[in-house]
Design a protein. Structure first.
Length: 333
């Protein structure tokens, strides 16, 4: 039977992983590597560079705390940051539906420029295509980026006891999209966490030597991101439920809709794996960084079943946290 693409193939969970492995990896992947990094690191003239690309189809285009333009630039910058890279140059490609508001397009472009000015990244090339009404749901954006990898950072294999830090409250982007998309009528000041995370690379400096790997928990939330890490590292991840920072508004929205915040996207957070015994030191440094005051150590690596994620609950039990299966929330980014 000829299987068809489903919305769940875009949610970042198990269906997405199967699609990547069964189609794109089959034709694009270097057979010598099994990794799926957010950015590809390579050397050029004695410098180490990172390259990444991403496409954005978020719905709605404008949401509390951001818009598709801000999200596109932050998303690409954050993928570079996972490789320890400071952004240098970006591209921006636009697919715009006939009839789209030029005023709204200017607002989106301004937000892209503002993030670039904040991070000193530059949009240096791009492309624009216009399609007929009904063909693009307003606006889609593709961005690519090249960044300079810090001399202090090299991704390494995790080991038993290594600690896991999240740089702030989880699920705020996903919960904000839910509020705006479905007009839930809930009065709250909650906003998307959408923000550039390259500040981590500059501000941690030499302390990046204690960092073994980084990943931004976008589609599928921290649950799916940690499952990907655990499988790749062939170690279990033990989480502490009481240490995971979740705003009360996020809990309330999740409870109303029957959604686990562990699976809702973050767009301005980073999961950071730190050498055993260095977690508290690195955490103190991260807490002093803008947008990271709520950072927490949320777990550690353990020997076990070669890739399981489980949580120690506040009542003393344990529950397995699987990768996202099926459809959660499409068009989150």
């Amino acid at each position: 039977m000829d299987e068809k693409i489903r919305l769940s193939h875009g949610d970042g969970g198990a269906d997405t992983q199967r699609l990547i492995r069964n189609v794109f990896y089959q034709y694009f992947n270097d057979s010598s590597s099994n990794a799926m990094p957010d950015s590809f690191v390579f050397e050029a003239r004695q410098s180490k560079l990172a390259y990444t690309t991403d496409s954005f189809v978020v719905k709605p285009l404008l949401f509390r705390g951001g818009n598709i333009g801000k999200l596109a630039i932050c998303g690409t910058i954050n993928d570079l940051a996972t490789a320890g890279a400071i952004p240098l140059f970006l591209s921006a490609g636009f697919i715009i539906e006939e009839g789209f508001s030029i005023e709204k397009l200017q607002l989106i472009a301004k937000s892209m420029r503002d993030v670039c000015e904040q991070t000193r990244a530059k949009i240096v090339t791009g492309d624009t295509k216009i399609v007929e009404r009904g063909s693009a749901d307003g606006l889609f954006i593709n961005t690519s980026g090249i960044g300079l990898v810090s001399e202090f950072y090299t991704a390494r294999q995790a080991e038993q006891g290594d600690e896991i830090i999240i740089t702030g409250g989880i699920a705020e982007h996903g919960a904000s999209i839910l509020l705006d998309r479905y007009d839930l009528g809930i009065e709250t000041e909650l906003e998307s966490d959408c923000a550039p995370m390259c500040c981590l690379i500059n501000d941690l400096g030499e302390n990046l030597k204690q960092v073994k790997l980084m990943k931004d928990p976008t589609r599928g939330g921290i649950a799916t991101a940690l499952n990907e890490i655990a499988l790749e590292q062939r170690l279990d991840v033990e989480l502490d439920e009481q240490s995971i920072p979740v705003k009360s508004e996020v809990h309330a929205i999740s409870d109303i809709l029957g959604i686990d915040p562990l699976y809702l996207a973050c767009e301005g957070r980073m999961l950071i794996v730190v050498e055993k015994g260095c977690g508290e030191k690195v955490l103190r440094l991260i807490e002093a960084i803008d947008n990271c005051s709520k950072a927490q150590i949320i777990g550690r690596f353990a020997l076990g079943h070669h890739g399981m994620v489980y949580m120690k609950t506040f009542i003393g039990g344990k529950r397995i946290i699987p990768m996202l299966e099926g459809q959660m929330l499409p068009r989150i980014c």
